[in-house]
Design a protein around this ligand. Structure first.
Ligand SMILES: Nc1ncnc2c1ncn2[C@@H]1O[C@H](COP(=O)(O)OP(=O)(O)O)[C@@H](O)[C@H]1O
Ligand SMILES: Nc1ccn([C@H]2C[C@H](O)[C@@H](COP(=O)(O)OP(=O)(O)O)O2)c(=O)n1
Length: 228
């Protein structure tokens, strides 16, 4: 379907486990928009660093290598893809090893500059509009986005959701501790930290079903599109 109204850019930010990916994909699918998971891009470059023996805790070494990998993100919300140097990275970027290293790599300004450039290029080609999810989309990557959402949820709810995905292989308590640690690292870094944009609408998803969150955001985007 081709939109006859202006392409809408939707920025969805928030901490881990608040529902950004599930919500963003569904909203994009329902509204005929493209979809970009910027967290997957930070995970992909982290996977490349680990695979190539770069010390992820050495910001100088990470910065030095940041320009090397070729990242390509597919923006179909029903089948998002990510490749690194032509290799399918969708599976490897979800390992605990990558999750544990991604905050350190994404704090390096050279990494962010490289990925933000790719993110803006993806948005520029999405002529029907796009939903972009991450941590700094509303504040830094796309400050002029037409709709900005900041998702939140209690640490307990987020840990229970994530632990459910891991089929109970990691305890909820351990998952919660790891989430809190990653949020603290992502929120306290100097280069475009996780933050709510002043003009973002905050949606607390703790007591909402995924369907309710999707419906709320679709309604917000529709309001914006029709100017009502
Ligand atoms: N409102 C919700 N209620 C219950 N579970 C949810 C809700 N939103 C998302 N989930 C589930 O929580 C998990 C994490 O969601 P995800 O979209 O990956 O979050 P994020 O991208 O913010 O880390 C997924 O298994 C998802 O199905
Ligand atoms: N725009 C973004 C997106 C993600 N990041 C970093 C910080 C996050 O901890 C990691 C991974 O993001 P991702 O959205 O995949 O994380 P979760 O799905 O919440 O586990 O990437 C970032 O710095 N900026």
């Amino acid at each position: 379907m081709v939109n006859t109204v202006n392409p809408v850019i939707v920025a969805i930010d928030g901490p881990s486990g608040t529902g950004k990916s599930s919500t963003s994909r569904a909203v994009a699918d329902k509204l005929g928009l493209r979809y970009l998971d910027t967290g997957a891009m930070y995970r992909a470059i982290t996977w490349w660093m680990l695979s190539n023996g770069v010390d992820v805790n050495d910001p100088v070494a990470v910065a030095d290598q940041a320009g090397k990998p070729t990242l390509v993100s597919g923006t179909d919300p029903t089948a998002p893809t990510i490749t690194v140097d032509g290799l399918d990275a969708a599976g490897p970027i979800r390992t605990q090893e990558v999750t544990a290293a991604v905050s350190a790599v994404s704090a390096v300004p050279e990494v962010r500059a490289r990925l933000v450039e790719l993110q803006r290029a993806a948005v520029a080609t999405a002529t029907d509009g796009i939903v972009v999810e991450g941590r700094d989309i509303g504040t830094t990557v796309l400050p002029a986005a037409g709709v900005k959402i900041f998702l939140t949820a209690s640490a307990e709810a987020r840990a229970a959701r994530r632990s459910g995905e891991l089929n109970g292989s990691v305890s909820v308590a351990a998952t919660q501790a790891a989430l809190i640690q990653r949020d603290a690292a992502d929120s306290s870094r100097v280069a475009s930290p996780l933050a709510k944009a002043a003009d973002a609408i905050e949606v607390d998803t703790t007591e909402l079903t995924l369907t309710q969150v999707i419906e709320n955001i679709v309604a917000l985007v529709e309001e914006k599109r029709t100017g009502s």
